[in-house]
Design a protein around this ligand. Structure first.
Ligand code: ARG
Length: 571
């Protein structure tokens, strides 16, 4: 149930107009407030305080309002009935599916074949997956596309490198027969070293570089041997991707289909573009001019093929749009990548719109900021390379282990992994997507403050109370009275639905993370001030507080699920 919407709709109906309703952080004077009287005073020719008095009296007639008051120059404070809050909080996580369900294609992850996942893939994975969960939770049909980088020069370099090491393999012959099995196994760790080694060599050795170019052209034209070899390392690569992604507790992708899959639609899309005269020659390259007269910033043309005639990141992205429309017929396509790709996506959206593939205003690019180290510069390993995603997960795990040892506790591997997962993901989610943030494995694993471990700790605390009273009913009708701490917590619980909807509407998963944190703080204040199982607690107080614990536990668990965290039994 959406508390805010309910209260707002009822007040608007009562007053016969739309008022602006706020939820003050400090609830001393009321649970909601409105400046409606101050906004309207002039147009109705009344003194704002006087008008506020009239409006406040009307609002006070609503059955769920206990009282209203006027403050300052004409603010109206509104206090809700305790039993109303109770009833709203009891069904906080029961959410009606949206009445405007959409099919949404989500492009995130988008890892590169034969290159291990690195820090640049962290936010796209975590934020994309959480957004997917939120969209599904609200009743949308969300589909995830892992648009793998598997068609360009890196593939050619890897093939060239394998050829250099094993020239005898049949794959490199032009008359390669795909029916002939080739005895050749690829070791996953070794595979990760091929691309960096080949790319370094290509920089020094023009002959190797030229050969890789030829391989790229032949590969893209369908060379059977190269494709057979590619299939071999693709399988190894996919397995590695999925291992890392599983460590992050990311849901499986609906489609692991990248640039190579998209490439099969290139001829069809090219025909569409040519029929509309959208492809022009530019110094040997084939391009689509996407500039508009109104542009003030530079808007280079979109590359259909480069000057060597090869497919590009641009063309395969356009072909992928075509493929997605055919496959899912989505209402929206949303891409989660580093902000630095925003020009590419602006071009893609324009080109797609011009070609009539998918309308410009149904696309969205969510560009995230950079993850920096403690020095404020992009987080790198000691040797100056982009940190591997597995290494980052390991580093957080080690930091958790150290803390636990220091505190004298003894927790199992699974628990440590869950804490590390929460530390890493929560820290990623709580920041505004668009801003940069500093990543410090030690800070994110603290059990206090705005951290994943703090969220888990609170959930574990709630669950352990409920476990201790297992078998006792924890739901009850609205009680006569709530204490201040109880009330504050219940209002926050009742604010769950509004938060999740706002997180979706604003494409802001950080709202879910920060909501979880606020909720935990109120839970812990409540826990501190309102004893539950102590002997001197009256049966009424105990029953009421247990019911509150149960509502809080359910709401927090739902938020935790949306972030893709896992809760251990003990901490
Ligand atoms: N593979 C690219 C990278 O690692 C990201 C691809 C993003 N998605 C897309 N449709 N272009 O940078």
């Amino acid at each position: 149930m959406n508390l805010y919407k309910y209260v707002s709709d009822e007040i608007n109906e009562k007053l016969g107009m739309t008022v602006n309703l706020e939820t003050p952080r400090n609830r001393e004077f009321g649970d909601f407030a409105t400046n409606a009287a101050m906004v309207m005073a002039k147009s109705v020719g009344k003194n704002p305080r006087e008008l506020a008095g009239d409006i406040a009296a009307k609002i006070a007639e609503l059955p769920f309002v206990v009282d209203t008051s006027v403050a300052g120059p004409g603010f109206i404070n509104i206090r809700l009935n305790d039993d109303f809050i109770w009833n709203m909080a009891s069904c906080a996580t029961q959410i009606n599916p949206t009445d405007t369900p959409m099919t949404i294609d989500l492009d995130y992850g988008a890892y590169n074949v034969a290159k291990s996942l690195h820090i640049g893939h962290m936010r796209t994975s975590i934020v994309g997956d959480t957004f997917n969960r939120i969209a599904k939770f609200l009743g949308h049909r969300a589909l995830s596309w892992n648009h793998m980088g598997d068609w360009g020069k890196p593939m050619a370099l890897v093939i060239a490198w394998i050829e250099r090491m094993h020239p005898e393999l049949g794959y490199f012959r032009d008359d390669f027969d795909p029916e002939t099995p080739v005895k050749f196994d690829i070791d996953p760790t070794e595979l990760n070293s091929y691309y960096p080694a080949a790319s370094a060599l290509a920089k020094q050795d023009p002959e190797f570089q030229a050969h890789a170019q030829q391989i790229k052209a032949a590969f893209q034209k369908g060379h059977t041997g190269y494709h057979a070899l590619y299939e071999k390392f693709l399988a190894v690569s996919l397995k590695m991707m999925s291992d890392t992604v599983q460590r992050l507790n990311i849901m499986p992708f609906d489609y692991d289909m990248g640039e190579r899959n998209a490439a099969q639609y290139l001829p069809t899309v090219e025909k569409i573009l040519r029929d509309k005269n959208l492809i022009v020659d530019s110094d040997g390259a084939q391009v689509i001019v996407v500039r508009r007269d109104s542009d003030t910033a530079p808007m280079p043309p979109y590359m259909w093929t480069d000057s060597r005639g090869a497919d590009t990141y641009d063309s395969t992205d356009l072909a992928a749009v075509y493929c997605r429309v055919k496959t899912d017929n989505p209402d929206k396509m949303i891409y989660f990548t580093d902000q630095r790709q925003s020009l590419h996506f602006e071009q893609l959206f324009r080109a797609s719109d011009m070609a009539g593939l998918f309308p410009y205003d149904q696309f969205e690019h969510i560009g995230y900021g950079t993850i920096n180290g403690a020095d404020g510069r992009p987080f790198k390993t000691r040797d100056g390379n982009a940190a591997g995603l597995d290494d980052i997960i390991d580093a957080v795990g080690t930091a958790v282990e150290r803390r636990i040892t220091e505190s004298g506790k003894c927790l199992g591997r699974d628990t440590i992994d869950m804490i590390a997962l929460a530390a890493l993901k929560f820290n990623d989610l709580m920041h505004d997507i668009r801003s940069d943030y500093i990543f410090d494995p030690d800070a994110v694993t603290s059990f206090e403050g705005r951290t994943g471990p703090y969220i888990l700790y609170t959930a574990v605390r709630l669950n352990s109370i409920l476990r201790r009273v297992a078998g006792t009913a924890t739901d009850m009708p609205a009680p006569d009275h709530l204490s201040c701490d109880e009330r504050n917590l219940m209002i926050e619980i009742a604010d769950f639905e509004r938060t999740i909807r706002a997180a979706f509407d604003n494409r802001a998963p950080d709202m879910v993370a920060n909501y979880a944190y606020d909720l935990c703080q109120l839970v812990n204040t409540f826990y501190h001030n309102c004893p539950i199982l102590r002997d001197d607690v009256s049966p009424d107080d105990r029953a009421r507080r247990l019911a509150i614990v149960s509502m809080a536990a359910k709401t927090l668990a739902t938020a935790i699920d949306l972030m893709g965290l896992r809760v251990p039994d003990e901490m």
